[in-house]
Design a protein around this ligand. Structure first.
Ligand code: G4P
Length: 297
């Protein structure tokens, strides 16, 4: 993507350094790390340093918002993380779907060795402690609210808001360490930023909304043409640019301004809203790196 498409993004590097230190300091208090990512863009929605930061700790990756992602792609991502040393499951923290698998997966798979050791030493009652990490907007608060059954995890992990770490009790012997602070995704990669802007994880004012919608429409035309055709009842030609597609959507929806011009800004807002709410279909924005793709099916 062209650099000039994007406005300057403020990345708060100071907050990152603090979060990194906090994670490092608290790792010794937990048995495993649960990392929550967006199933629609599982690599773009993680902090690139997470593997290094948590190395040595058993890990579970939660592919959240799986209700909005392409099932087949989600399965590929589960395999990808499993091939790369972490357990992974798909969840939907909005409805709670898949969450019942979380603790059994942790106890029977992620921490299998620890559990067996504890059993052998008659320590089965000892608490299991988990650290939960994720970049803003992936659904960390929704997850904790679902698991803990209360509204204690507020959406406060924003720059400038100080909050101390808190332990959240999940059941009689499981505790979750909700880490304060902001973990950012990979800033320097513009494609990453665009995927996160599509999902709404990065605010719209980082990118011009029409540019963003045009990029999304082009991606849809190339990867999910059927969903695009069905949603907007438009024809798609291979040569259609993002602008042409945006105009087709606007025209079809009757979004005109005086003089017969198409209101592309309104069309852009509609396209992005409909993508984010799942009305454009279940769409995954990136697939695992080629060499990691499973040779199944
Ligand atoms: P955070 O703590 O990591 O910053 O994220 P948070 O839980 O606040 O979730 C961010 C947004 O993502 C929320 O939407 C939330 O409802 C939505 N969300 C979280 N998990 C899922 C999921 O599995 N599926 C879907 N479809 N959405 C999910 P919002 O628009 O900010 O708020 P609201 O819609 O809850 O009012």
């Amino acid at each position: 993507m062209e650099n000039n498409d994007m406005r300057q993004i403020q990345w708060f590097p100071g907050h990152m350094a603090k979060t990194r230190r906090l994670i490092a300091a608290n790792l010794k208090l937990v048995d495993a790390v649960t990392e929550i990512v967006d199933a629609r863009a599982p690599l773009s929605s993680r902090n690139p340093e997470m593997d290094r930061m948590t190395s040595g700790k058993p890990r579970l990756v939660l592919l959240n918002k799986c209700d909005l992602a392409d099932d087949k792609a989600t399965q590929m991502w589960i395999n990808y993380f499993r091939n790369n040393g972490a357990e992974a499951i798909a969840v939907d923290c909005k409805s709670g779907k898949g969450l019942k698998n979380m603790l059994p997966t942790i106890k029977n798979k992620v921490l299998k060795e620890l559990m067996e050791k504890r059993e052998k030493h008659g320590m089965t009652g000892a608490p299991v402690r988990l650290m939960i990490v994720g970049i803003p907007n992936v659904g960390k608060s929704s997850l904790i609210n679902r698991l803990a059954g209360s509204k204690r995890a507020k959406v406060e992990d924003r720059p400038g808001v100080t909050r101390t770490k808190q332990w959240v009790k999940l059941d009689n012997n499981t505790e979750l360490l909700d880490m304060p602070g902001v973990l950012w995704p990979k800033f320097e990669d513009q494609d990453v930023a665009v995927r996160l802007a599509f999902t709404g994880a990065i605010s719209d004012d980082i990118l011009d909304i029409e540019t963003l919608a045009m990029k999304l429409l082009k991606f849809m035309a190339e990867n999910y043409p059927q969903s695009l055709k069905e949603r907007y009842k438009i024809d798609i030609d291979e040569e259609d640019t993002g602008l042409v597609l945006l105009e087709k959507v606007g025209k079809k929806r009757g979004m005109m301004i005086s003089g017969g011009e198409i209101n592309t800004e309104r069309a852009a807002i509609t396209v992005l809203d409909e993508f984010r709410s799942g009305k454009l279909g279940r769409i995954t924005l990136e697939l695992p790196p080629k060499k990691e793709q499973p040779c199944q099916e």
